[in-house]
Design a protein around this ligand. Structure first.
Ligand code: RTP
Ligand code: MG
Length: 141
């Protein structure tokens, strides 16, 4: 399987719950390496641009309000099959439907406050990594 990079975000609810380390630990113990990381307070404009694919959806405003409600941790994860592996570790979008042992089952409260984001395809991973990180901010391992 190819080594991939994917974009991950620990969302404001999980940062507020003080579980950044527990979430990072899930990545590290499942063969994913953190090759870039930063904590930021997203502006409305930055959050809207990030979730542009959802701008016509009824939940768009709530999503942007939530993502700007507090700091987030943004990281690039690298590893074999990293994109799908991260999505598997995250669990379903709605934590009520997420499999036991997944990040969302263990740390998320609701479909809005669902603890983590992860790129959902090779194309979105490439776009999302470049949206938040310059090449020189990613540390090859
Ligand atoms: P994410 O992009 O944050 O990793 O989440 P995802 O791929 O699992 O879900 P996606 O369909 O991309 O939706 C982005 C975020 O919008 C919120 N959402 N709310 N009320 C709803 O029906 C609804 N659907 C999606 C969720 O917070 C989701 O993470
Ligand atoms: Mg998504």
């Amino acid at each position: 399987m190819a080594v991939e990079r994917t974009l991950s975000i620990v969302k404001p609810d999980a940062v507020a719950k003080n579980v950044i380390g527990k979430i990072y630990s899930r990545f590290e113990s499942n063969g994913l390496q953190i090759v870039a990381a930063k904590m930021v307070q997203l502006s409305q404009e930055k959050a809207e641009g990030f979730y542009a694919e959802h701008k016509e959806r009824p939940f768009f405003k709530d999503l942007v309000d939530f993502m700007t409600s507090g700091p987030v941790c943004i990281q690039v994860l690298e590893g074999e099959g990293a994109i799908l592996k991260n999505r598997d570790l995250m669990g379903a979008t709605n934590p009520k439907e997420a499999e036991a042992g997944t990040i969302r089952a263990d740390f998320a409260e609701s479909i809005d406050a669902n603890a983590v984001h992860g790129s959902d395809s090779e194309a979105s991973a490439a776009r999302e990594v470049a949206y938040f990180f310059a090449d020189e901010e990613i540390c090859a391992r």
